[in-house]
Design a protein around this ligand. Structure first.
Ligand SMILES: Cc1cc2nc3c(=O)[nH]c(=O)nc-3n(C[C@H](O)[C@H](O)[C@H](O)COP(=O)(O)O)c2cc1C
Length: 182
């Protein structure tokens, strides 16, 4: 069989940008107890029983070494008001936590104030994923806070206002969608 031509990386990035996600900051602490965190959009729910989530973290990232070894991490789901934090936690690590209020969660991991959900996890498994690692977390604690999610697609952030969300939620077959098995 003739081998397929290699995939154009720009096209791959473009295609991925057509898929809208939310935005998270994954936080943890290093051995010395110093907080660390970085912006991650490659976050997904994985399993309900047991309750598992996954994040994909680039092999070259500082957070890669931490997330593949630290016993616990937290997923901070960013609100529509937190695009600045999404950028701050993607830039060079110096002072990422400066000016971003946070408080320690049950597992001793910093939770960012203003995030619309805090999902605290213990490390369950790490799988290879090409130039990323797939870090699977077992959910130990969940806190939901008020606010709308920050959306990300086409390399841009979108803040859909509360009124538009209220309409969408009112019109949606909400209970059915939330209880569906996917
Ligand atoms: C919106 C957005 C989404 C991102 N998603 C991911 C991701 O899913 N996985 C990843 O490894 N890096 C992702 N990044 C890039 C990291 O946040 C960035 O490389 C960061 O500097 C890594 O920090 P570290 O080297 O301290 O770990 C994303 C950046 C932005 C702005």
């Amino acid at each position: 069989m003739e081998s397929a031509p290699p995939i154009d990386l720009r096209l791959m990035r473009h295609a991925m940008g057509q898929f809208a996600t939310g935005v998270t900051v994954i936080t943890t602490v290093d051995d010395a107890g110093t907080p660390a965190g970085c912006t991650v959009s490659a976050f997904s729910s994985l399993s309900l029983d047991p309750p598992l989530v996954l994040v994909c973290i680039g092999n070259g990232r500082l957070m890669h070494g931490l997330l593949t070894s630290t016993p616990a991490f937290a997923v901070n789901v960013l609100s529509a008001r937190q695009a600045d934090l999404a950028l701050r936690f993607a830039r060079p690590p110096k002072d990422r936590f400066a000016g971003s209020a946070n408080h320690p969660g049950r597992l001793g991991i910093p939770l960012l104030d203003g995030a619309i959900a805090h999902i605290q996890c213990t490390r369950y498994d790490v799988l290879p994923g090409g130039d990323h690692a797939i870090v699977i977390g077992e959910v130990q604690d969940i806190r939901i806070n008020e606010g709308e999610p920050l959306l990300y697609a086409k390399g841009a952030f979108l803040d859909v206002n509360a009124e538009a969300w209220d309409h969408a939620v009112a019109d949606a077959p909400h209970e059915w969608l939330l209880s569906a098995p996917w």
